[in-house]
Write a protein that binds this ligand. Structure first.
Ligand SMILES: [Zn+2]
Length: 395
């Protein structure tokens, strides 16, 4: 069955509604972030007036960005939705049009072709077109094995597959493990089918991704959560084995059933931890998806702010280059974030970085909420070395 509703070109605020459908059987839990956002609103009185003012004043740090990575109540989402659309759309447009990855308009305009997916213990409702074989678009539901990512159009053959399938984790090396998540590194060339299947799965939730078949030049970093049945896919990012432009992430996605729980932030942190080990500055490939952009913006803002606070407490000087080196972020990303937060000023013939009081207060409040982070000490990883031939061809 072909979906009638999900057009990628629709306004971002509309997409939010569609997305919530995909959170399937997971209950909505109110999250501390909501308190943070609400506290912001309360401080200035009327919700709506304040929200519009906020968006106008600091295009990069609307309450929207706080919400997307984390849980929140549907009510508060609805309240904020109207005022957010302005900065959100602007930002998305900016990133979309400045990107290196060419979009294929024909692909984007294609209508969602899969209406329902059974994946592990979740039922997912795709948002976008994904190039599964034509015949699958006629099924009411497709079944995807959550471990090998093979897809089936009928329950009978899927059940037969599950009896035989022995995979219980992604087919690569586990390079990170804490009490909460694991990361696996998977070579697109060595695990071509698995990686193609991952791309097909993720395309259902990404509006702009163009990579499906040529997975060989990429490594995939897959985050899972463990239980007695195995390691369950939460999200991943892909990374070019050698990026001429210095990108440390090509595509990044948290599966919809795990969104708004802070996992996007963990994926982003992990990508920068790898860049630190490599001794490189990293940046995600543009264009980012709208959700991706918002998660990055939030991540960058918080890290830069914390770093600057440290410098100001010690009364040390801090430059854009210092921030860039310390956080393994490119100077462009640092500058872009500082501009969005209105932290760059020109004063008495000098460019200065300032921390507005409002940001300080926001950060203090958000700090009281516990966040899960990657412990860099636990990463068991050396930058892989590829010869020109092994990057794409045989060993
Ligand atoms: Zn399987």
């Amino acid at each position: 069955m072909v979906g009638k509703k999900s057009q990628p070109s629709k306004k971002a605020q509309k997409k939010i509604g569609k997305r919530e459908q995909s959170v399937a059987s997971e209950g909505q839990t109110p999250h501390p972030w909501t308190e943070f956002v609400e506290a912001q609103s309360k401080a200035d009185g009327d919700d709506k007036a304040n929200a519009s003012l906020e968006v106008g004043a600091t295009p990069g740090l609307g309450p929207d960005e706080m919400e997307l990575d984390e849980d929140e109540t549907p009510a508060s989402a609805a309240k904020k939705e109207h005022a957010q659309s302005f900065s959100r759309e602007q930002e998305i447009e900016k990133l979309r049009t400045s990107g290196s990855m060419t979009q294929n308009p024909a692909e984007i305009s294609r209508i969602r072709n899969i209406s329902k997916v059974e994946f592990g213990r979740f039922v997912l409702f795709p948002w976008y077109f994904s190039p599964y074989p034509e015949v699958f678009s006629q099924e009411d539901c497709i079944y995807i094995c959550e471990f090998c990512l093979s897809y089936y159009g009928d329950l009978k053959s899927f059940t037969r597959h599950r009896m035989k399938c022995t995979l219980q984790h992604p087919p690569g090396n586990e390079i990170y493990r804490d009490d909460f998540v694991s990361f696996y590194e998977i070579d697109g060339r060595r695990q071509r089918t698995w990686c193609r299947n991952l791309c097909l799965l993720s395309k259902m939730f990404l509006d702009h991704k163009t990579l499906y078949y040529d997975v060989d030049p990429f490594l995939f970093y897959v985050m899972t959560t463990r239980d007695d049945r195995g390691s369950h896919l939460i999200g991943y990012f892909s990374k070019e084995k050698e990026s001429a432009d210095g990108y440390n992430v090509a595509c990044i996605l948290t599966l919809p059933q795990f969104q708004r729980k802070g996992y996007g932030r963990i994926l982003i942190q992990f990508s920068y931890e790898l860049s630190k080990i490599e001794g490189k500055l990293g940046s995600p490939e543009k264009p980012l998806s709208d959700l991706g952009l918002l998660s990055y913006r939030q991540y960058w803002s918080e890290l830069i702010l914390d770093l600057l606070l440290g410098f100001s407490e010690r009364e040390e000087k801090c430059t854009i280059e210092t921030i860039s080196t310390r956080l393994s972020m490119t100077t462009q990303d640092v500058e872009h974030t500082l501009q969005a937060l209105k932290m760059q000023v020109y004063h008495k013939g000098e460019h200065k970085i300032v921390i507005p009081d409002k940001l300080l207060q926001q950060r203090e409040k958000s700090k009281t909420k516990a966040k899960r982070v990657i412990d860099p000490e636990r990463i068991q990883w050396k930058p892989p070395v590829f010869t020109a031939a092994s990057r794409t061809w045989g060993w």
